[in-house]
Design a binder for this molecule. Structure first.
Ligand SMILES: Nc1nc2c(c(=O)[nH]1)N[C@H]1C(S)=C(S)[C@@H](COP(=O)(O)OP(=O)(O)OC[C@H]3O[C@@H](n4cnc5c(=O)[nH]c(N)nc54)[C@H](O)[C@@H]3O)O[C@H]1N2
Ligand SMILES: Nc1nc2c(c(=O)[nH]1)N[C@H]1C(S)=C(S)[C@@H](COP(=O)(O)OP(=O)(O)OC[C@H]3O[C@@H](n4cnc5c(=O)[nH]c(N)nc54)[C@H](O)[C@@H]3O)O[C@H]1N2
Ligand code: SF4
Ligand SMILES: [Mo]
Length: 868
């Protein structure tokens, strides 16, 4: 038996501790770490399903150039000489790195050091530009440093938690569970959600402010002036520790509350609660950051905490929650193009200091390009060599078709990836195989500044290498071997720690100098710890901000309209974000069967009013068009949106769908200060595509689908599922699809009723398809149980050919135990009236808890039906 290894979840910024126990066959059992301070024994559905993502199928295991396998020697020589020649001919600013908050700190440090200290350019940006850049800029404006002042436990001890642009229930589920538990223990605690959509997070909200998209500055300006009017300013804090209040208040007082489209009474309630409650935490995420007014939104809400002095003390403060597992580590190493290293920027003294510390051969002397402009420069040919690591920009950047075009046209495109086929890998010439989570060694920093170890528990597969090693080998080939001569990650961590303390003297918040002397054994066994902020690990409770005068700044924020507002021909505003069980571009969560059921298809959600105005109904196929591009998605009609709003998840790529990659349509407008794109606000029109047939295919072996208007592919247990639709005549489609199915899954073909056909060989279903004139939302659920059978009885075969069984109606709800909506509804019909009762009969909601809000929604609607 291989011993259990304590490591950290590779998904969200909560940074849960995980215990992995290898099974000796390439897999591992995954459990929550009961001792990790972030989760104390909890995991969400994605964390709990990590064991299903470990297989080596889909992995990139060997270096490739132009589709040909090559040795590491050749690959590394090619990369090094490509960079050398490009710099010789065109100067250092003709090269760039695009990196990721999913790199470990040691990888991140290495990439940043090479390009800024030895290639002479700061053209390194990270996908955190799409994620945290507005928070970084807002923190710096207010505090003089990119500091997150608070701790997770502050949510639990607060009396009012304001969640702004955060779908915590789905995106940071373990923190949501902690919040839910705290609220359960202390029912007086209040929760306000500020989000134009009614999300699952609203389930525990006392007040949901469904504001007009983009109008957060209005709301928080109104809050600021309301707080001042109610006399709750903390005069002593403001006088001793801040400046700029008068200008900020003047701007706030001229703000017209009508612009946020809320009822005045709700705004008053919000101001009253905020005014009355000393312990307030304002937690915010992408509804704030991903906006052309992102930085102003951040400062508008921080202003309210500064005014009331509610910052840096238990149960209070603004809290920017990070998305990726190492978004914070990336900020610490300084891998944004406008930061230098270790929370230092491009001031002359800092450049000189870091150059000295690194013994830099060729130091960058000015900030580099930010993600969106960086890829524009690639497209325009100004950047001629670009190296992408641990991110999938062809799917995740806005105006994504332009990004693909940029990469395809680039002379020298390199990608370091763990997965063989992604939208970005497909567009790059040099492909370098990277180790993945289970094999990687290093550290990550979570949202509360908590540094944890990620430890390998599986052997490195194929020829894959860890990212820091790849970068260091290129550095060595460029003649910088000495500066990159680390023996392992502990060496890198010590150097990073030493830089954080180098000539710091309390001028910079980030200082983990104590770690510079850890020996290898101490690094190996390093326990999770939160850096900075004195004995209680909070910043700013007693002032001590990082502007030269040690005062925080109020920022006068004025309301600006989004860069691209609705137009006559594109009157709807497209909002994008996440679903519960998928992670970004699905390269990992897409491998898990149990995560596939919750949201199997790329959907476009819209309000019933907007749907009916366009003749759109649930299940239709619709085209979403913007000035930048288009997507084709399944329609979901829901009252959880505002009229005029639409929502699509960001997860679907060209690998798993025909045209579900929504970023092809998303606008590339950015915040003028942070450069963060406005991913939540694109003017679009949505129109119905007339489909003449809809189909569902479950097949044990992958099917090469013929050209159709719509398809999406998902994972089943031992099979592939395809949801398809098209505009050819039905009979033609049936013929073409059955031929495709049978080519991949040979065997006797049985024609059934209701447009069902199946390949059944030796009594086992090899493939089944239903292709008919109407959309059958539950076809996949009806057929799935038959794929689990090794031999069908005659009755089972008949049932299959008559359209399957309705055992699993309504899709999957509980990912941990595979419980369908139908099963939960049946339990309710049988008399279950509470979460606990449903858990007792079906097990749903009793493991990770990620589905509890959805179960509560079913309970509520059952109560409504009963009452009616
Ligand atoms: N399941 C899952 N969890 C994840 C991830 C994932 O891919 N899947 N990714 C991780 C990452 S990297 C990140 S950054 C986080 C993101 O976590 P969140 O920010 O919580 O997630 P999003 O769904 O991107 O957006 C949050 C909300 O912002 C709202 N919003 C849109 N426009 C506005 C506006 O103008 N004002 C306000 N106030 N709200 C608005 C949207 O309706 C949405 O509900 O999630 C992390 N966790
Ligand atoms: N429309 C829209 N677009 C968005 C967002 C949105 O809300 N709406 N959110 C944005 C946000 S907040 C984020 S954070 C981004 C995320 O977008 P991306 O970073 O592009 O998404 P991922 O799928 O996480 O990409 C990570 C890639 O790294 C690979 N990988 C995993 N581990 C390793 C490793 O150790 N080394 C290497 N070299 N590769 C590895 C994975 O296989 C995967 O292909 O998307 C942004 N895009
Ligand atoms: S909340 Fe879920 S995804 Fe986030 S770190 Fe914890 S287990 Fe991983
Ligand atoms: Mo993110």
């Amino acid at each position: 038996m291989t011993p259990a290894v304590r490591t950290t979840c590779p998904y969200c910024g909560v940074g849960c501790g995980v215990v992995a126990t290898p099974d000796g066959k390439g897999g591992a059992a995954i459990a929550a770490d009961h001792d990790h301070p972030a989760n104390r024994g909890r995991l969400c559905s994605k964390g709990a399903a990590l064991g299903e993502t470990l297989s080596l199928e889909d992995r990139l295991l060997h270096p490739e150039i132009d589709g040909q396998r090559v040795s590491w020697e050749i690959a590394l020589d090619t990369v090094a000489s490509g960079f050398r020649q490009t710099i010789e001919r065109h100067g250092p600013d003709a090269v760039a790195f695009y990196v990721s908050g999913q790199l470990l700190t040691e990888d991140y440090y290495t990439a940043n050091k090479l390009i800024k200290g030895f290639l002479g350019t700061a053209n390194i940006d990270t996908n955190s530009r799409l994620c945290m850049a507005s928070s970084v800029a807002g923190h710096k404006r207010a505090f003089g440093s990119d500091t997150v002042p608070g701790r997770y436990e502050d949510f639990e001890s607060a009396d009012l938690v304001v969640l702004v642009g955060s779908n915590l229930a789905w995106c940071h589920p373990v923190l949501f569970q902690r919040l839910e538990a705290a609220r359960h223990a202390r029912p007086s605690m209040k929760i306000v959600v500020v989000d134009p959509r009614r999300t699952e997070t609203c389930d525990i909200a006392d007040l949901h402010l469904a504001l007009k998209p983009g109008s957060d500055v209005t709301l928080f300006n109104v809050l600021l002036s309301g707080l001042a009017e109610r006399g709750v300013a903390d005069r002593s804090f403001v006088d001793r520790h801040t400046s700029g209040l008068d200008e900020a208040l003047a701007a706030a007082r001229t703000t017209d509350p009508a612009a946020c489209g809320l009822r005045q009474a709700d705004i008053e309630t919000f101001i009253d609660w905020f005014a009355r409650t000393e312990k307030v935490v304002t937690l915010y995420s992408q509804g704030v950051n991903q906006s052309s007014a992102g930085v102003d939104k951040v400062n508008a809400l921080i202003n309210c905490h500064l005014l009331t002095g509610r910052i840096g003390r238990p149960g209070m403060g603004p809290f920017s929650i990070t998305g990726q597992p190492n978004a914070m580590g990336g900020r610490e190493v300084g891998a944004l193009s406008n930061t230098l290293a270790a929370h230092m920027d491009f001031g002359a003294a800092a450049i000189e200091r870091v150059a000295r510390f690194w013994r830099a051969a060729r130091m960058a002397t000015k900030p580099g390009l930010k993600a969106v402009e960086l890829f524009e420069a690639v497209r325009a040919g100004r950047i001629k060599a670009v190296w992408i690591m641990a991110t999938n920009p062809v799917a995740s950047l806005p105006d994504a078709d332009a990004v693909r075009e940029a990469l395809r046209g680039c002379e020298f495109s390199i990608v370091s990836e763990a997965i063989r086929a992604t939208d970005t890998v497909d567009a790059c010439r040099v492909r370098l195989p990277a180790l993945a989570w289970a094999e990687k060694d290093g550290t990550v920093t979570n949202s509360e500044r908590g540094i944890s170890r990620q430890r390998p528990f599986l052997p490195p597969p194929g020829e894959a290498k860890q990212d820091w090693w790849i970068v260091s080998e290129v550095a060595r080939r460029l003649g910088h071997g000495e500066a990159f001569a680390w023996r392992g990650v502990a060496d890198i961590f010590r150097e990073h720690a030493a830089l954080s303390a180098f000539e710091n003297e309390g001028t910079r918040d980030f200082d983990i100098g104590a770690c510079a002397t850890l020996d290898d054994a101490a690094y190996e066994s390093l326990q999770p710890f939160v850096w900075g902020g004195g004995p209680d690990r909070r910043f700013f409770g007693e002032g001590g901000f990082f502007h030269a005068d040690r005062r925080a700044r109020f920022i006068a924020t004025t309301v600006r309209a989004p860069v691209n507002g609705p137009e006559e021909s594109r009157p709807l505003i497209l909002n994008t974000g996440r679903v519960r069980d998928q992670w970004h571009t699905m390269t990992r969560t897409g491998k898990s069967v149990r995560l596939a059921g919750h949201r199997p298809e790329p959907t476009i959600e819209l309000h019933p009013h907007d749907a009916s105005a366009r003749g759109l109904a649930e299940g239709d196929i619709a085209e979403v068009t913007s000035a930048w591009g288009r997507g084709v998605l399944r329609v979901h009609v829901t009252e959880s949106l505002r009229v005029g709003g639409a929502f699509a998840p960001m997860h679907w790529t060209a690998q798993v769908s025909r045209a579900g990659r929504i970023n092809a349509a998303v606008n590339p407008a950015v915040d003028p200060i942070s450069g963060q794109p406005e991913l939540k606000h694109t003017p679009v029109e949505i129109r119905r595509l007339d489909m003449r047939w809809h189909g569902t295919i479950l097949a044990r072996r992958a099917v090469m689908l013929p050209e159709t208007s719509y398809w999406a592919r998902i994972r089943g247990a031992g099979y592939h599922a395809y949801l398809v639709a098209g505009d050819q005549p039905l009979a033609l489609a049936q013929r073409a699809l059955s031929a495709a199915v049978r080519t991949a899954n040979p065997g006797p073909w049985l024609a059934g009723e209701k447009d069902v056909g199946a390949v059944v060989s030796d009594g086992r279903v090899e493939a089944v398809m239903m292709v008919g004139p109407t959309y059958q939302a539950d076809a996949r659920d009806r057929f799935a149980p038959f794929m689990a059978l090794d031999r069908l009885t005659t009755e089972q075969r008949d049932a299959l050919l008559h359209g399957g069984t309705d055992m699993h109606r309504g899709g999957e709800l509980c990912a941990c135990f595979g419980v369908s909506c139908g099963a939960v509804e049946a339990a309710i019909a049988d008399g279950a009236t509470s979460l606990a009762a449903i858990g007792a009969t079906t097990q749903a909601g009793t493991n990770c808890g990620s589905c509890r809000s959805e179960i509560r929604a079913l309970l509520r609607s059952a109560r409504l039906v009963k009452a009616a």
